[in-house]
Write a protein that binds this ligand. Structure first.
Ligand code: ARG
Length: 459
């Protein structure tokens, strides 16, 4: 049983349950690399401030490299007294290089260590995430490009509304991810700030050059206030909000595709790689991939809310409550990576049934077009809307679709109806009206594809 880092003033020993309750090593060991990285940079800073001789500094750095090697090769042995990753690495360093190892903690606190480790860890994670978001956008754009011709019903309130292009629907899910990538850049700049050199709370008394230290660790800038720096977990809250938002975007996509893959819609079929069967009903092919995405989006939001509750009433600076941040951050990170990869794979490999999409279009979805027809002939939209409504009623009363309504019946509703009304009974014609930027016409879909590609190239 090793001595506690903070054992100096203590006589009694810690209750074993409390010891376990207090320890974070079981999960913060995930940051072993960042912890060593921070210590190496800090040792250099101490040497520059003349608190370590060159020799001491290289002994410490060599020792830290050995600790790193142990982690890398999986031979590092965690001791029961290793409360957290900072304690564990320092304990091992001292075992390897002797008492001089204790000098690396000069003017430093685990409070600024944990803050810097988490920022380093999150920074790496964010770098790793960006390509997954880019791939997702590429999947949407790639399919949109290949499947521009497919028409399908567009819905509001899940009621058939107007015909749209399948590609337009695909791209409607790409744009939120584009925005998420932009948000990620902003988030990254706020994560990429160095808190090291804040001490426990009051700052660093040893003329450590914090800007130099930050540069050494690849940070863009340094935190401005030590009290805030050790108690600030806003970057984690912001990350979890961002992750929740990304997950919510993919959850809405998932909901669409769960519906579209049902027999009732039949627009898409998931590939076997992203579906599962039923242990009882042999005919089933369940969209588990998308259901899990939808479900995990709930867990993500829960992580965000949970951690907000942790920080909302804390007094200034570091409090142990903050240790709760890690479980949530790590869980969010691994879940998000899963969501992004499964979403991209499932969307990339699903089959769209263009026939079924086309079949689902029905003429009542052209009702708006009847109003637009009259508007183009000079009628006020409100009046035209009423006239189109009369046509809908007529079609229902006669039990015949718009395209089979006799012209003389239509002219009774408005004299503006002439032979050319027959051009309306065409879904392609309908979608091609929406050629303004952002619409579902082919030209607009093409523009979206170009713009999304430009974004990907510029990122
Ligand atoms: N394991 C702690 C955490 O994760 C590290 C900081 C501990 N600082 C302290 N003064 N007890 O938050």
């Amino acid at each position: 049983e090793g001595a506690k880092l903070w054992g100096g003033r203590f006589e009694g020993s810690v209750d074993p349950v409390m010891e376990k309750f207090n320890a974070s090593i079981s999960y913060d060991k995930a940051m072993w690399k960042q912890d060593i990285q921070g210590s190496i940079a800090y040792a250099r800073a101490l040497q520059k401030a003349q608190l370590l001789t060159e020799e001491e500094c290289s002994t410490i750095i060599n020792g830290l490299e050995m600790v790193k090697q142990e982690w890398t090769t999986g031979v590092f042995v965690i001791q029961p007294s290793d409360e957290d990753i900072h304690t564990a690495n320092e304990r091992r360093l001292k075992e390897l290089v002797g008492d001089v190892g204790g000098k690396v903690h000069t003017g430093r606190s685990r409070n600024d260590q944990v803050a810097v480790d988490m920022r380093l860890w999150l920074r790496e994670h964010l770098q790793q995430l960006a390509p997954h978001l880019q791939r997702l956008i590429q999947v949407f754009v790639g399919r949109a490009e290949r499947e521009k011709q497919i028409l399908m019903p567009g819905y509001t309130h899940l009621q058939r509304a107007q015909p749209i292009r399948w590609a337009h629907w695909l791209l409607s899910h790409a744009w939120p991810i584009v925005m998420d990538l932009q948000r990620l850049q902003g988030l990254y700049t706020r994560v990429n700030v160095c808190p090291l050199g804040s001490g426990a709370l009051a700052g660093n008394p040893f003329q450590v050059d914090r800007e130099n230290l930050a540069r050494d660790l690849g940070f863009q800038t340094v935190t401005k206030n030590s009290l805030n720096a050790v108690g600030d977990r806003d970057f984690i809250v912001e990350y979890m909000f961002w992750a929740s938002l990304v997950s919510s975007h993919l959850s809405r996509l998932a909901e669409d595709l769960i519906l579209y893959s049902s027999r009732e819609f039949g627009f898409v079929e998931l590939s076997d790689a992203y579906a599962t069967g039923s242990s009882l009903m042999p005919q089933k092919k369940n969209p588990d991939s998308f259901e899990l995405i939808r479900g995990k989006a709930g867990t993500m939001a829960g992580n965000l809310c949970g951690f907000l509750m942790v920080i909302k009433g804390l007094p200034s600076t570091y409090n142990k409550d903050l240790q709760e941040d890690k479980v949530k951050m790590f869980e969010t990170a691994s879940t998000l990576l899963g969501i992004l990869q499964v979403a991209a794979g499932a969307v990339e490999t699903l089959k769209v049934d263009s026939e079924a999409c086309q079949q689902a279009l029905s003429e009542e979805m052209l009702s708006t077009d009847i109003a637009y027809y009259l508007v183009k002939k000079g009628m006020a939209f409100r009046t035209a809307h009423g006239k189109a409504g009369e046509v809908v009623r007529l079609s229902e009363d006669l039990g015949c679709p718009f395209s089979e309504l006799p012209l003389d019946q239509l002219t009774k509703i408005s004299s503006l109806f002439t032979e050319d009304v027959s051009s309306l009974w065409n879904f392609e014609h309908s979608v091609e009206q929406y050629s303004a930027i952002g619409g579902t016409a082919l030209a607009s879909v093409n523009l979206q594809i170009t713009q999304a590609k430009e974004f990907l190239n510029s990122f």
